[in-house]
Ligand binder design. Structure first.
Ligand code: SAH
Length: 231
């Protein structure tokens, strides 16, 4: 069986300093394991306290390579390495207009906002109303007030603010929802887990005048995409 062993819920007891030390150690580990290369993504991962995006009973495990359940239906905060795993090949950078499908905890949106900076824009769409409220609450508490949050089917993208430089789908789809390809700029990149038989591939797409180029990165395991283009 593929999956993770989720440790048992506990009362959180770790201090801010302990979390900070774990965060720094995690960033070192991500660099050593080649998940993390760019300075901007590194600085963002050092800056955003992952523990603030995890339900209280799992908070002390914030830096384990485990996805934790979130309020809502089948929502999880992805493992720590997933964020550079997505954002490095995507080339997420300062000034990007970035669309995330699957807000979840809000952690991915917060990290992206640190990477794109105030010259960029992060838009995140979440289909599950309970998960949406949870992720939105986390981002509000953290003081992010310029991330555009939308409670809707992200398979349909968010046309009003398109086109996007970069798009990350954080749930597994059978094939990329066509509206998301349409809402990508020429020269833009999209990354997504794509179901292939019993497994999922993380696939990077680049849109050019000549069409779409595809690059398979590795196998991954994500919750299924819901909505109109659900898998
Ligand atoms: N990026 C998140 C991880 C989210 S897990 C984080 O950093 O925590 C995948 C999320 O995608 C779940 O919250 C799930 O509810 C959401 N999701 C699934 N299908 C969706 C759809 N069609 N549109 C928007 N969100 C969707």
């Amino acid at each position: 069986m593929r999956g993770w062993i989720i440790p048992p819920p506990t009362e959180p007891i770790k201090t801010k300093e302990e979390f900070e030390a774990e965060r720094t150690a995690k960033v070192t580990w991500l660099i050593q394991h080649d998940f993390l290369k760019s300075d901007r993504i590194k600085d963002a991962l050092l800056k955003v306290p992952r523990e603030d995006y995890i339900p209280e009973n799992y908070r002390d495990y914030a830096y384990l390579e485990v996805p934790f359940p979130l309020p809502g239906e089948r929502a999880t905060i992805s493992c720590p390495h997933s964020y550079p795993l997505f954002y490095e090949p995507l080339g997420l950078d300062q000034g990007d207009k970035f669309l995330e499908v699957g807000l979840g905890s809000g952690y991915g949106a917060a990290v992206a906002r640190e990477v794109v900076g105030s010259e960029g824009l992060v838009v995140s769409v979440e289909i599950d109303p309970l998960t949406f409220e949870y992720g939105k609450g986390n981002l509000e508490r953290a003081g992010y007030d310029d991330i555009v949050l939308v409670n809707a089917d992200g398979g349909q993208g968010y046309k009003d603010l398109s086109p996007y430089d970069t798009i990350a789908i954080t749930a597994a789809c059978g094939s990329i929802p066509p509206p998301l390809i349409d809402q990508l700029k020429i020269g833009g990149r999209l990354i997504s887990p794509v179901v292939k038989g019993d497994v999922q591939d993380l696939v990077l797409y680049e849109k050019s005048e000549r069409g779409i180029q595809k690059l398979t990165i590795c196998e991954v395991l994500y919750v299924p995409l819901r909505g109109l283009y659900g898998s």
